[in-house]
Design a protein around this ligand. Structure first.
Ligand code: ZN
Length: 466
């Protein structure tokens, strides 16, 4: 039931967004803050009755959401999604309020919500989602979250706030799957049943020791970082069998991957239109979440959502903002890979080195608030692998902390003459434009915004809030 407070909150939120857009500002959180001034829990009202999937975790949230949203839409279930990346309470509130009618009644029945790990405990009680999917937990932006166990506890309290919600957890992540040990929710698992690439125990790990007893894990196989077939030899905490799993990786290229999955007890071949191993994980997460969502819609609401349609969606989902996003700059193919932490960065480097084709790398590093001011994580990322890659011909470096990144690359063993330090993003764009090789851009968050802004201007792509 809408109250005067709700109506005021909705009106104020829509007005604030309207004004921001008139000023050509993509402000995504402010309208939500304005709405909450009138009605603190307006999100509960404007999402009432909606069937919602929430996605959280350190890496892969945005892409997993995009896959789910695409699957729903192409099955004829229009849904709301916070595509702008505003994933704190204020941003999620703004998205829902602005899409409701003037009395605060939702206009769509479904939603896919990306939620920041730290904001989960505020957002989840208001949304009461059908499904929460956790992608993984890695060390990320230390000055915002502290240690990774702090993030784990934050996610756990979010889950505890909604005990009816089904959980989809990454079976290969010992941190993520430990959430199941302490919560009453129904739990489902997804993961990779097979190792990926060369096995390397020395790779960075945010979870070497058992979360329950502190003994060092043993691994049957690794996929990347601390993900894989872990087992504690002391207390027996180990990887849970996955309900949805990748059993075979058939091919990987810049255009995507082909895999075989175990799904509903049988084999299913799947094409994933987004490249790299982390997107195979995102695809498995999306398949698991979509399947569980479809089952719950049937059981609880008598609605039939064809669960198989997730596979069609994976084969033609488009990349989202800066994440494996492709540009054509006057004939030069540019693929942009957002990196924000050591695990994601090392995985992006693995992706580049296994392509085995000549390329130029454009690496960018800023240290603004949205990036986390501490950039020491670059020392934990596996840039050494680049020095062994004969196909990498040149590296352009740019951003507020370009010199730190240049130093890191030198320490990784990359010859100085192959690294070019550029004073600004416009010069970087100029260099990219005249490249005779494909370019892979590897920026962190705010440097992605800058480089992407210039690239989209030059190639005619839309700004993100449009
Ligand atoms: Zn143990």
């Amino acid at each position: 039931m809408s109250t005067i407070r709700t109506i005021a909150a909705v009106a104020a939120c829509k007005a604030a967004r309207g004004i921001l857009r008139m000023l050509h500002r993509g402000g995504t959180a402010l309208p939500g803050k304005v709405a909450m001034k009138f009605d603190k829990e307006v999100l509960r009202t404007v999402s009432r009755g909606m069937k919602i999937i929430v996605v959280t975790g350190t890496n892969g949230k945005t892409t997993t959401c995009r896959m789910l949203e695409h699957a729903l839409t192409r099955s004829g279930f229009p849904c709301l999604a916070n595509k702008s990346g505003a994933n704190l309470l204020s941003g999620v509130t703004a998205e829902f309020v602005c899409s409701a009618d003037w009395r605060g009644r939702p206009k769509t029945e479904y939603a896919v919500v990306e939620c920041d790990e730290g904001a989960l405990k505020q957002v989840v009680p208001l949304l009461a989602p059908e499904v929460i999917t956790v992608t993984n937990l890695f060390r990320d932006q230390l000055d915002r979250y502290g240690e990774v166990t702090h993030t784990l506890n934050a996610v756990k309290s979010g889950v505890e706030a909604s005990p009816q919600t089904a959980l989809c957890l990454n079976a290969d992540c010992s941190l993520t799957s430990s959430i199941a040990l302490d919560v009453p929710n129904p739990v489902f698992y997804y993961g990779l049943d097979v190792p990926v690439g060369e096995q390397k125990e020395t790779e960075i790990s945010d979870a070497r020791h058992c979360i329950r007893c502190g003994t060092a894990y043993e691994y049957r196989y690794y996929t990347y970082a601390h993900l894989g077939g872990f087992c504690c030899p002391n207390c027996g905490y180990s990887r849970h069998d996955a309900d949805v799993s990748v059993t075979q990786i058939n091919s990987v290229s810049p255009a995507g991957s082909e895999v075989r999955m175990k799904w509903r007890g049988s084999k299913k071949d799947a094409a994933i239109s987004l490249p790299a191993v982390f997107n195979i994980y995102n695809a498995a997460a999306a398949v698991c979440a979509f399947t569980v969502f479809s089952d719950r819609l049937k059981e609880r609401h008598g609605i039939t959502l064809p669960a198989e349609s997730i596979f069609d969606a994976l084969s033609d989902v488009e990349s989202s903002f800066g994440r494996m996003e492709n540009f054509d700059l006057d004939g030069v193919p540019v693929q942009m890979i957002l990196v924000k932490n050591p695990a994601g960065c090392s995985q992006s480097i693995s992706y580049l080195t296994q392509l085995k084709q000549d390329y130029m790398l454009a690496a960018c590093l800023n240290d603004r608030t949205a990036d986390g001011h501490d950039i020491s994580w670059i020392w934990d990322a596996d840039y050494e692998k680049l020095s062994e890659d004969p196909y990498l011909k040149q590296i352009l470096v740019c951003g507020d902390r370009a010199e730190d990144l240049q130093l890191r690359l030198k320490y990784a063993g990359i010859p100085e003459e192959r690294i070019e330090l550029l004073p600004d993003f416009a010069s970087m764009l100029g260099k990219i434009r005249t490249s005779n090789l494909p370019v892979f851009a590897m920026p962190n968050y705010t440097s992605m915004l800058e480089l992407r802004g210039l690239l989209s201007q030059a190639t005619g792509k839309k700004a993100f809030w449009k």
